[in-house]
Design a protein around this ligand. Sequence first.
Ligand SMILES: *Cc1c(COP(=O)(O)O)cnc(C)c1O
Length: 540
Amino acid sequence: MKEIELMRSFFTRPAGDEDKIVLLLNDLLKKIDSKENGTIIGKKETLDYEKLMRETKFPHGMGNEADVGDFITELYGGVNIWCHPLMQANVVPPATALSIVAAALGARYNENSISDDYGMSAARSEIMAIAMLADLIGYDTTKAGGIFTFGGTGCNLYGARIGIEKADPNAKNTGIRDRIHFFCSDVAHYSIRSAALWTGVGLDNIKTIPSCDNVMDIHLLEEEMERTISEGARIGTIFATMGTTDAFGIDPLKKIVELRDRIQKKIDYRIHVHADAVIGWPYLTFRGDTRIDHLPHMLQEEIREILSSISDLRYADSVGIDFHKTGWAPYLCSAFVIKNREDFTLLQKQKKDMPYLFHGEGYQPGTFTLESSRPNYAQKALANMMLMGKQGYETLIVHLITAADHLREMMDNCSDIELLNRHNPAFVTDFRIYPHTKFDTDGNPLFQKEMCDETEEEFTEKVNSYNQRIAQYMIARAQKEGTAMISYTDNYKTTRNSRTIVALKSYPMSPFIEKEHMDEMLRQIYGAKEWVDSNCGFET
Ligand SMILES: *Cc1c(COP(=O)(O)O)cnc(C)c1O
C-alpha cells in the first residue's frame, strides 16, 4: 500500500464509512470490559513514572490500528468502574450510554463551540441546555444566559472574573487597581483558591468565613464584608457553596443575597454572588413533585429541607452546575448559568460593541469565553436532561438516598461506627470508626467529645490514622482484587480547637446499587477493620 493510502485508512471518508468507528470501538470495548472485572479493570500496578517518561520516544514509523488499539486497551488496567455498585469512592458518576455516544459524536464531527460557524449542533445544544437549566433554577429565561466550561473550577473562575469586573469596573483593561477580596466558607471547594490565583486576586485575599455544621456563618460574613470596606479594599465575588463535596452543607444563599443588597447600598460598585451548586443542583428537580411521598417520613422531611435551601439558587447572580458529577455525563461537562446575560459583556475582549450571545451575527460565545476552542460540551448534558427529565433525576437520587439510608441505619446500630451525617439526605455517608466502642465510659459519644476537645489531642490523631488505615487497606485491596471501594476525607470537620477530623465516606453513584450491596459494603468495612486491628492495632 502506498503510504498515503495507509494514512487514509486511519480516517473516515466523507461518506460511506459509518461502520468504521463503531467496529473499532466495539473491538476495543470488548477487550476492556469483561465479566471478571470488579470495581477495577484488571489490577492497578504501581508504576515507575519517571522511567516511563525517560523511555518513551516519538515513534518513527507508522503503526496500525490493531496494534495501537491493543496497546491502548492495556492502558486501561487499573481504571475504576464507576457503574459498579461497590465502587463508592467519590462523586464520580457512571455516564449514561447516550451521553457517551454524544461525546463520541462530538469527536466525530469535531465541532468547536467557539461560534456556530464551527459547530451548529454544539450551538443549539448549548443554548437549549442552558435554557433548560435556567428554567430549572427559576431564572427569567428572557434575560438569563450561560455557557459550558471546563468543570466546576471553570464556573468558579467565571464567577470570580465577573465579580472582579463589577467590583473594579474596567479592570479588564487597566488591570486590578485596588485590593479585592473573595468570600467563601471554610468548607468551600479549593477551586476557589485556583480562581484567586489565576485571576491575580491572590490567595491571601480570600476571606474564609467559618462554618457551623458545614454552613457558612452569615454574621461573620457580614463582619468581614464591613471590615473590607472600612479597610478601603473592594468586595469581589461572594461564593455560596450549595452542597459541599464531602458533607453536603448548603450555605444560606437568600440571606447572603439580602446581605449583599444591604451592603451594596453603601458602595458605588456592584457585588457578584456566585453559587457553587456543582454537587447540589439536581435536587432542584424535586420541586413541586410528589415522587418522595412514599418515602419514610423522616427522609421526606430531610429531602424537603434540602429542596427548600437549594431553591434559593434563583437568587444567585450565577450558578455552577456539574453534569460530570451529579448529572451522570462524562467529563468535561459543566454549565455556568447567569441570571443576566448582559453580565457577559464584562468579559468581552474586543472594544467594539460586540453582539453578545445571540444578537445579530449568530452565536459567538468565543468573544467572551475563557477558552478559545471549546468542544461540544453541552450535548452530553442536553442528552441526559432529555433522556432522564426531572422524573429520571429524582428516581435515581431517591434510589441512591434509599440505599445510603439503609447503610446509615445499619451503621447507627453498630457499636463502633459513628455516623456523622445521619440527618442529611445527600447520598454520601460520612462515618468514623472507633477501635472498640463509639461511646466513652460515661456512655456519651466519643465523637461529641472529640468535637469539643474533651478528649486528648493524641486520641483524635490516633482515631484519624486508624480510619485512614482502614480506608487505605480497602483501597489497596480493591486495586488488586476489584473489591468494595470507599475513600476518606482528611478534613471532614475541625474541632473547636482546630483539630482536624478524618472521616470515611461512601459515595454511591451507580444506578445498579441495591440494599444488598450496602450489606456487602459494611461486611467489607468490618473485614478491613479486623485486618487493621490485628496487623496495626490502635496504639502504633
Ligand atoms: C468538585 C467540586 C468543584 C470543582 O469542580 P470540577 O468539575 O472538578 O472542576 C467545585 N466545587 C465543589 C463544591 C465541588 O465538589
